[in-house]
Design a protein around this ligand. Sequence first.
Ligand SMILES: [Zn+2]
Ligand SMILES: [Zn+2]
Length: 323
Amino acid sequence: MAELSAQDERLLRRAIEVSARSVANGNTPFGAIMADPAGRVLLEAENTGITGRNTLNHAETNLMNLAVTTLNPHQIATATLYTSCEPCAMCSGSMYWGGLNRMVYGMSEADLLEITGEDPSTATMRGVGCRNILQSGQRDIEVSGPHLVEEASAIHIGFYDQFLLSDQEKGLLRRAIDVSTRSVANGNLPFGALLADPDGNVLLEAENSDITGQSPLNHAETNLMRLAIEKLTPEQIATATLYTSCEPCAMCSGSMYWGGLNRMVYGMSEADLLQYTGGHQLNPTMTGVGCRAVLQSGHREVEVKGPFLIDEASVIHRTYWTT
Ligand SMILES: [Zn+2]
Ligand SMILES: [Zn+2]
């Protein structure tokens, strides 16, 4: 890899600083800046995927959107974009379409994947590489990287732990998925949930009972919260984690809040579920609000983790809703 000029190195460091600021502002650790040929910074952009509730809000795409609305084409054409991490296909494409001609990056996507792992909740695009995209159009974009890999990766190390699940928790979520399968065997809809104490001991389980109980309100999680209030102490509920095979609806999220739960882990998302249920009359899936919006809108926040084990959680749904 070619040596970086002192000016390029200084500017790439600044992009890495922006990636740290992105985390401080509640987002994932990615940052990008644009500088003119004299090395003056024209624009900066952080990732805003979490706070903007939009997984397309990558730092580089944010930066290119800003550039095309605030700079003139000549400024973009002669500028260099510095980014803390190798840009993905979407971001590379936005550089091409935005008229950029030079890009310098920190760590590679392969470096990033080593840190984020294979968990879909921390998905990294790989396999194409920015050069293959940036040099496949009607003009080539000059690419330089990876550089300053250790500095660029420092903020990433440990960051994704919050999105990952321990083996013990995976085991508990798998058991909730087993309950969803049992629910079907018992004549109901494919949803299951359980409560576990902080050591991972299962306290209670509940299946869906919409059909056998003749009530469309008998969702697994609401059934479980009703059972918890009957069988457990408030202290047990407050320290327990609820594992559910599918993202809870607004009613179930509300029952977790009113029941005094503080932590919930889910399998497939409601958006995933809707792909399988469509407009099925037994499950006109609620979407559009999302459990986080409900569980984090009260006087205390319920910690939410998910989606996880999406492939395993969706197995039963692939066949159930078609029959
Ligand atoms: Zn990207
Ligand atoms: Zn529900």
